[in-house]
Design a protein around this ligand. Structure first.
Ligand SMILES: [Zn+2]
Ligand SMILES: [Zn+2]
Length: 382
């Protein structure tokens, strides 16, 4: 297969705690490779032991189909880490991508998990040939094809594209990869029925250009779209991360605007100064993305600093009321509740959300609480 582009994951819930001062400098990097692994569980134990010694933190997924890693390495151990990665024959020479912005606090621990698949794509293996991927394009070619009128499609989730994306890109509304890929296929089918080629060529549909964070999702998405009959499918090799590195090295302007969503505690990296996001609470332009601080909620939302202050870093008055309780009361209230963000990841429908906030504020004004059930808890001695 092609040299593996870098990494991006199937999703995770970033946290909020940042280590404070004094820590040695670290480098955040990512890599992935589709490569048959005979015993991912055994390999997990080996990697965990070897990487722990080097002080590696981060989140890595292993599956029978390969590895997808986001890690933070003490900078002084980078070459030792390179040796450790290369020592596994299946990973030897895998190219990695170093984060564009570094603040040294991307991860708090080392997690290596064995999963059925590297990306939770929801597509059934065997239904299409995952090896028949779209053409890998470098930044210059991607830009040229954009200028020639190719249709650019963002293969990330809606909350990722909300704070940054390529100019003019189609942004799926879906919030899972599976739904996004179906939405894209349906949209392309609609468009291609509108195109009449005077020469009646079978491949008259315009070029389609896919991109994601590090390239891994486009491997699956491009193979799926080709299987669905779309022949002119290209994908940004190495994803946004490598695109930005290339255009910066070439001294050219990035056509990706705003912030790049990332899957560690940093949440995003700035690419250009453009403000693409809108606060889901008040509608102001902002590209600040955060998790609701109420632990049983934890949903991602684009939230301006003023709203963050007004709602105590929470998504709603309801979460705010819980979040501001003494810790013991919060724990008691959370018993037996499922974390919302395990069901859905983000709040993206601003209109519905603002309506919810208005309703909650009205109820709060009348009743003084949105959680009458708290009476039982707050009266108990803790
Ligand atoms: Zn706001
Ligand atoms: Zn919340």
């Amino acid at each position: 297969m092609d040299p593996a582009p870098p990494s991006d994951p199937g999703g995770t819930t970033p946290g909020d705690d940042r280590p404070t001062g004094g820590a040695p400098p670290r480098t955040t990097l990512s890599f992935y490779r589709y490569e048959r692994l005979s015993d991912p569980t055994l390999l997990r134990d080996t990697l965990h032991a070897d990487w722990s010694v080097l002080g590696v933190l981060g989140r890595t997924y292993l599956a029978r189909e390969g590895i997808n890693a986001q890690v933070s390495v003490p900078s002084e151990n980078l070459s030792a880490f390179r040796d450790a990665v290369d020592a596994v024959p299946e990973f030897a020479g895998v190219p990695w991508k170093i984060a564009l912005e570094e603040n040294g606090s991307a991860f708090r621990k080392l997690t290596i998990k064995v999963k059925p698949k590297l990306v939770a794509d929801g597509l059934s293996d065997g239904a299409f040939d995952p090896g028949d991927v779209g053409e890998h394009l470098d930044a210059a070619t991607f830009n040229r094809k954009m200028e020639e009128g190719a249709l650019v499609i963002d293969m990330r989730n809606n909350y990722e594209s909300a704070i940054g994306h390529f100019e003019g890109a189609y942004l799926p509304k879906a919030d899972t990869f599976r739904d996004a890929i179906n939405e894209v296929a349906a949209m392309l089918r609609d468009r291609s029925t509108c195109i009449v080629d005077p020469l009646n060529r079978p491949n008259a549909a315009p070029d389609v250009l896919l991109y994601c964070t590090g390239g891994i999702r486009c491997e699956k998405a491009s193979a799926y779209l080709k299987h669905e009959g779309f022949t002119n499918v290209g994908q940004l090799h190495g994803g946004i991360i490598d695109y930005v590195r290339q255009v910066r090295a070439q001294g050219r302007a990035s056509r990706f605007k705003g912030r790049n969503f990332v899957f560690d505690d940093r949440l995003s990296e700035r690419i250009t100064d453009d403000l693409l996001g809108t606060c889901v609470q008040c509608g102001q332009a902002t590209d600040r993305i955060a998790n609701c601080m109420e632990e049983s909620c934890n949903l991602l939302l684009v939230q301006c600093p003023a709203c963050a202050a007004q709602y105590a870093d929470c998504c709603s008055p309801s979460c705010q009321e819980i979040h501001l309780l003494p810790a013991a009361h919060q724990r008691e209230w959370r018993k037996g509740r499922i974390t919302r963000s395990t069901i859905t990841k983000a709040i993206t429908d601003a209109e519905t959300h603002q309506e919810l906030i208005r309703e909650q504020e009205a109820a709060l004004a009348i009743n003084g609480t949105l959680h009458p059930e708290l009476m039982d808890i707050t009266l108990k001695p803790m």
